[in-house]
Design a protein around this ligand. Structure first.
Ligand SMILES: *Cc1c(COP(=O)(O)O)cnc(C)c1O
Length: 396
């Protein structure tokens, strides 16, 4: 998955443009730029590749989620439904706008279960945030129908699935807003960075203002700009954007290599009938960033994960015991360990999460996800497949 595996002359050339003129910020300083507007260029490229009208790049994927929520007018006391299996950024972004993250069960897609989502809706719910974990997507059609019925915003976190698609549309472009991360371990990296895409003129107009202190970006005197609403600073620097331009051009090549490598491994594993696979919703195409498998039981999965390590198969994850990606280890959220005071609305709302998520536990307890790397040679993949089969068979 990581774009950093393909860091080279293309990235250096784009960064050199910025170093040559010395304008490291995206706004202003027009006479010095020699025509280089890297953040703007990355936005144009991102919108084009994702087939949306608008894109806004920001300083991280977490920032992209935060800006998206703010643009959708989500704030104090509002509830946002998010999955139990994701990255901590999901609830951080929701809390940062004053809203309450409401955890919700996943199903065999390893993403939000539409039935559980329906059951989690209250009069305070404002948005549903599916997270397309490990390269594959939620059942977006079902979630969209729920959003339409209850007048909710559909915000796709596509940070781990850039380049995948659903119903012929790039992931992130199906909902009202979609977010990407360009951090160092994602498929496309800026070092640090993020992006949001939308077809809504209203959201796009709010996004460019919100991520730059509420600046209206009218005219070319920053000091004279007005501020129609409160904002923050989530700007992406020109240096980071420059890297992203070169990286995004490699996305289709990355997808091709990942699909090839994933397919070799998956075909090889078919000799072990006890292994089953995560469900990809109908019309969905994965980004092939990970190969996620189910073992028959939690014990077998935990043992298989250990055996994979012992057989020298790196980059396989047993998320169930992971500190960053599964709700059971988010004690800072569940125990409300905030440095400053949380609002009474948030404190009360968060208590809803102190329950068990048995369906999520049942799926995640059985799941192992293996990262698909770009740099493997064919020999290395075949050796890897053999080791994986030996490791898993050794515990069955
Ligand atoms: C990486 C990631 C984020 C956050 O991105 P950063 O750029 O690291 O802030 C959000 N959601 C998911 C699912 C991620 O994997």
């Amino acid at each position: 998955m990581p774009g950093f595996e393909l860091f080279g002359a293309e990235e250096k050339k784009e960064v050199q443009d910025v170093l040559d003129n010395g304008v490291l910020m995206r706004y202003g300083f027009d006479p010095m730029r020699n025509g280089h507007y890297k953040a703007l260029e990355l936005e144009k490229d991102l919108a084009k590749r994702m087939q949306t009208q608008y894109a806004q790049v920001v300083s991280s994927g977490t920032a992209a989620l935060t800006v998206a929520l703010a643009c959708a007018e989500i704030g104090a006391g509002d509830e946002v439904i998010m999955p139990t299996f994701t990255f901590v950024a999901s609830f951080e972004a929701i809390l940062s706008v004053g809203a309450t993250p409401i955890l919700c069960d996943i199903d065999d897609t390893l993403t939000l279960d539409p039935k559980a989502v329906k059951a989690a809706i209250t009069s305070k719910t404002k948005a549903i945030m599916p997270v397309h974990m490990c390269g594959s997507m939620a059942d977006l059609k079902a979630l969209k129908a729920i959003c339409n019925q209850h007048n909710l915003v559909l915000l796709e976190d596509a940070c781990q699935a850039i380049g995948g698609s659903y119903d012929g549309k790039p992931l992130g472009s199906y909902g009202d807003l979609g977010c990407f991360s360009f951090d160092y371990v994602k498929m496309v990296t800026c070092g640090e960075g993020g992006g949001l895409i939308t077809n809504s003129e209203k959201y796009a107009d709010r996004a460019h203002k919100y991520q730059d202190h509420g600046h209206d970006h009218v005219g070319n005197d920053r000091g004279a700009e007005t501020h129609p609403f409160l904002g923050y600073n989530y700007r992406l620097s020109e240096l980071n954007a420059a890297v992203g331009i070169a990286q995004l051009r490699k996305l289709d090549h990355i997808l091709e290599v990942q699909e090839k490598n994933y397919t070799i491994l998956r075909n090889a594993l078919s000799v072990v009938p006890e292994i089953t696979y995560r469900r990809v919703p109908e019309t969905g195409v994965e980004s092939y960033a990970f190969l996620s498998i189910f073992l028959p039981t939690e014990d077998l999965a935990r043992n298989a994960h250990k055996a994979l390590g012992a057989h020298g198969v790196d980059a396989c994850f047993y998320w169930f015991d992971n500190n960053w990606h599964y709700y059971k280890k988010w004690e800072h959220l569940l125990e409300q360990k905030s440095l400053g005071k949380l609002s009474s609305e948030t404190k009360l709302g968060l208590q809803k999460n102190n329950t068990s998520f048995k369906a999520s536990d049942a799926w995640m307890g059985r799941t192992i996800s293996c990262l698909i790397k770009l740099s493997w040679t064919e020999t290395e993949i075949n050796e890897r497949a053999t080791k994986m089969i030996d490791a898993i068979k050794s515990v069955l």
